[in-house]
Design a protein around this ligand. Structure first.
Ligand code: NI
Length: 372
């Protein structure tokens, strides 16, 4: 595939975004391109997604990973190749990731005679809903992989810059739902009921003290309450108040500690107001922690190819690439794609000029690490 063909492949995916676990067309397009190049495909047994494998001489097993899903966002870029599906958009650049790792797979296949070892290229579904990585990592097809690498679009860096940083680079994104139950009443006679709204309001304010007062200030954590709902009119004390939000942490100990504290605080604050609380946790993937030695190796390959290498800016966003890092160490790399508009925004764009160089980088990195 020429550089122009790879860009056309990316633009075609951009035009046809598919949400998590629905990436049927995207999987088919990737399968066709791999098959045409004579690349072996392993079936992970999932509805969408696949794993390509290129086997060379004796050596190590390296994993490359692309995610393929889009977001329920209405695109507002005005690009010639903008989404033709209303309400769906590749607003996180997973179309770029898919094309990039396809380009890497084709480049490795072309250089098969240089390959000492094996490269497995994972095209995973459903990153945005945090279950595609788990599905692929538990498929049994990746247990022999010794190192994993993934790239992610990064609008703050221009094309030609890669962000490589050791240690934690993405948070564990956990969600919670708290229901505070009181007893409904006429708003003119609140003493005949138990109002859950003051309890919910008190909990919103006190919850931040978990972050500001109970953890080491050198350990990052975020607690955001993002959804607050109670009642539906002005003259009725409601039965129940609902709070939803997210906790973001970089270390397992603190993660468990904040969960326990918030659950206990919800119980105690509710009780202080004569209510009860029920807290449910939806546990997300682990934090992404980049291996220091492999970061050094990736940095060397990037510099040798003329890339600028920057330390990526930290974020408490989540990424299910961490599911693979439960199997083997690896590195999550920011790929400069310019534009400056943040991921998940309706005007998010990537610079197509970043695509072919990124594909060559991941091919070179895999070839280099397989023979190391
Ligand atoms: Ni993403």
């Amino acid at each position: 595939m020429t550089e122009q063909q790879l860009i056309a492949f990316f633009q075609d995916l951009h035009r046809h975004p598919e949400l998590g676990n629905e990436e049927v067309r995207t999987t088919k397009k990737v399968r066709e391109a791999l098959t045409e190049a004579g690349i072996e495909i392993l079936d992970p047994g999932t509805a969408t997604g696949l794993i390509a494998v290129i086997r060379g001489g004796p050596g190590r097993v390296i994993g490359l990973r692309a995610d393929m899903d889009a977001l329920p966002v209405q695109e507002e870029t005005g690009l010639a190749y903008e989404s033709c599906v209303p309400g769906k958009m590749h607003a996180c650049g997973h179309d770029f990731h898919t094309a990039c790792m396809l380009g890497a797979a084709l480049a490795i296949k072309e250089r098969e005679n240089e390959l000492s070892g094996t490269v497995k290229i994972v095209f995973q579904p459903a990153e945005e809903i945090s279950n595609g990585g788990y599905q692929m990592a538990h498929s049994g097809l990746l247990n022999d992989v010794q190192e994993f690498y993934a790239g992610h679009t990064y609008p703050a860096f221009p094309a030609g810059t890669l962000g490589i940083k050791e240690g934690p680079v993405m948070a564990a994104p956990d969600a919670f739902t708290i229901r505070i139950r009181g007893r409904g009443a006429h708003a003119g006679n609140p003493h005949l009921g138990v109002d859950p709204i003051p309890a919910a309001a008190a909990l919103v304010l006190s919850a931040q003290s978990i972050i500001s007062r109970t953890k080491n200030a050198f350990e990052p954590a975020v607690l955001s309450i993002t959804h607050l709902q109670a009642g539906n009119t002005w003259n009725v004390v409601p039965e129940e108040a609902l709070l939803e939000g997210t906790v973001r942490t970089l270390h397992e100990d603190l993660r468990g500690q904040i969960h326990a504290r918030l659950t206990a605080m919800a119980d105690a604050v509710a009780q202080a107001h004569g209510c009860t609380a029920e807290t449910e946790w939806q546990i997300g993937p682990p934090p992404v922690i980049n291996d220091a030695a492999l970061c050094q190796a990736a940095r060397q390959v990037a510099l040798s190819m003329g890339f600028q290498v920057d330390r990526q800016a930290d974020t408490m966003g989540g990424e299910d690439f961490s599911e693979y890092l439960n199997l083997a160490p690896g590195v999550f790399i920011r790929v400069g794609t310019g534009g400056g508009i943040p991921n998940h925004h309706p005007q998010f764009t990537v610079d197509p000029a970043a695509l072919a160089p990124a594909a060559r980088f991941f091919a070179e990195l895999a070839l280099n690490r397989a023979r190391s």
